[in-house]
Design a protein around this ligand. Structure first.
Ligand code: ADP
Length: 482
């Protein structure tokens, strides 16, 4: 292995959002391009883990708070993945039904201890490898202490020369904790304290930005935005900008493929040149399958939101936006798939009783339904306040579903207004119900203009956002570092 990706999520083993998608795709494309990559995640007690068998790779013990704790590294033997996936087995911390929290009860209160143990055990494993990776690629705050630890903890001195890359998928989660938990970390030079600290707390995200050899964000736009608004870290991002670069995420064309998607009942035919009629037939049959499953009207445009129902995603404006739109009699319907803030669940559920047949709300996480929705919907709605990259709009394009997005972060970097040359979707600038509502009016007009809509669908399905290009940017970075 040349690169070890250290992540809290990796599709298909553990996914709660975009981090899982990236960790489950980028290593495959890097490996194909000659940078043999592996991923290591914790061994969670999730259904995927229970379904597979594991081969023992390493047995070790990591040192935490004056004590040694045993761990094992294992590898699924029957998962048929195109890259090496390792799971780190720490049963007390990770053999639970959720990734970051209990599906019923919310966030685990010991996430600081869990992810510190994860990182210490991984470094112990790497220390014991005969042939070490050339790059340690850390993803988000769960792996954010590694760049510091390899530089300043004598325990990991033998790893000092391995370049570290830190990729920020979402800077809203920094993993900060009080200095009173300093004893969870191994010894390090006292003068290095400042390289862990931000605002008098140990801050894994800030520490990674300070200590990693190179930092990437998942879109160029997001990198610039972090220098302007990042909950107090703006100065840090400005100060470290020389070692930061924005690399737009790609999508896995094997998983997200209208010709072969295993979650779909019917597919786009495989032929040399796809015609508009093929696409229309594909969309109609997807719509028919889904609509008959959910009991909805097939003739109106369906607008779908998939994602975390949280403020960051703009989910808090959905209830008012949908209410205003449906109250004024717009001939469109909405489907919501997601979970998050309880008050948003309640408001949406309540609204779905007011508008039966026009609003379908599915609270929860459902990978299969998400695929059907990307394929069957006419539009995908992303009214995000913040969007580091956003993958939904890229999946939507691949399935001929037009994105309606706020012009922010990766959404702005990936979607071009549909009236412009090479246009691919509907964008709105300001974060407001009025702006989102005008975007929906535009969607309604576009849907009625059948010829234009068909033409746009054909165009967007041909846009290439596969990992090939983005993976090559990571390879340039790795080559620079090694
Ligand atoms: P995030 O900020 O949550 O990581 P991204 O747009 O980067 O957002 O990635 C979201 C990924 O998670 C997509 O693959 C999307 O389809 C998936 N996803 C989000 N919520 C759900 C859900 N409730 N059910 C199924 N898939 C979901």
């Amino acid at each position: 292995m040349r690169v070890l990706h250290i992540s809290a999520e990796c599709y298909p083993a553990a996914k709660s959002g975009g981090l899982g998608d990236v960790a489950g795709a980028l290593p495959k494309y890097l490996t194909n391009a000659g940078w043999k990559s592996a991923v290591v995640i914790p061994k969670y007690g999730l259904p995927w883990t229970k379904k597979h068998h594991f081969r023992l790779v390493h047995v070790g013990a990591y040192y935490l708070n004056q004590q040694y704790y045993p761990y094992t590294v294992e590898e699924p033997s029957d998962a048929g993945l195109d890259f090496s996936l390792y799971v780190l087995n720490l049963p007390a911390q990770f053999d639970r039904p959720g990734i970051y929290g209990d599906p019923e009860r919310g966030w685990y209160t010991d996430n600081t201890e869990r992810y510190i143990s994860f990182q210490l055990a991984i470094l112990d494993w790497v220390k014991n490898m005969e042939s070490k990776p050339e790059i340690l690629h850390c993803h988000d705050y769960h792996a954010g202490l590694i760049p510091f630890l390899v530089k300043y903890a004598p325990l990991f001195d033998s790893l000092k020369k391995i370049p570290t890359v830190f990729t920020i998928h979402n800077a809203a989660y920094a993993g900060a904790f009080a200095w009173s938990k300093r004893n969870l970390l191994p010894d390090f030079a006292f003068e290095a304290n400042g390289l862990l600290d931000w605002s008098d707390r140990i801050n894994p995200l800030a520490s990674a930005v300070k200590n990693a050899w190179s930092v990437t964000t998942v879109s160029p736009g997001y990198l610039l935005e972090l220098q302007q608004f990042s909950s107090g870290l703006e100065w840090l991002f400005k100060n470290e900008q020389k070692k930061c670069r924005g690399i737009l995420n790609g999508i896995d064309h094997e998983v997200w493929n209208p010709h072969t998607d295993t979650y779909l009942q019917t597919h786009l035919p495989v032929k040399e040149e796809i015609q508009s009629e093929d696409i229309e037939m594909f969309k109609q049959s997807q719509k028919k399958n889904l609509i008959s499953r959910l009991g909805l009207n097939q003739n109106i445009p369906w607008i779908t939101f998939i994602g975390r129902l949280v403020r960051e995603k703009g989910a808090d404006i959905l209830p008012d936006l949908i209410n205003i739109t449906l109250e004024k009699g717009a001939g469109m319907g909405f489907i919501i798939l997601g979970s998050g803030e309880l008050y948003i669940h309640e408001m949406l559920r309540h609204l779905s009783f007011k508008y039966p047949g026009k609003l379908h709300v599915h609270i929860g996480y459902d990978e299969a339904l998400a695929h059907s929705l990307y394929a069957a919907s006419d539009f995908i709605l992303m009214p995000s306040r913040v969007e580091p990259c956003g993958l939904n709009q890229l999946y939507a394009l691949r399935y001929g579903t037009v994105p309606i997005v706020r012009a922010i972060g990766g959404l702005k970097d990936s979607i071009v207004p549909w009236r412009e040359e090479k246009g691919s979707g509907i964008l709105f600038e300001s974060f407001s119900i009025e702006a989102a509502s005008m975007a929906l009016d535009d969607a309604s007009l576009l849907f009625k203009n059948k010829d234009k809509f068909k033409q746009l669908r054909k165009h967007i399905m041909g846009i290439d956002f596969s990992w090939q290009k983005s993976a090559s940017e990571y390879i340039t970075l790795y080559n620079d570092l090694t």
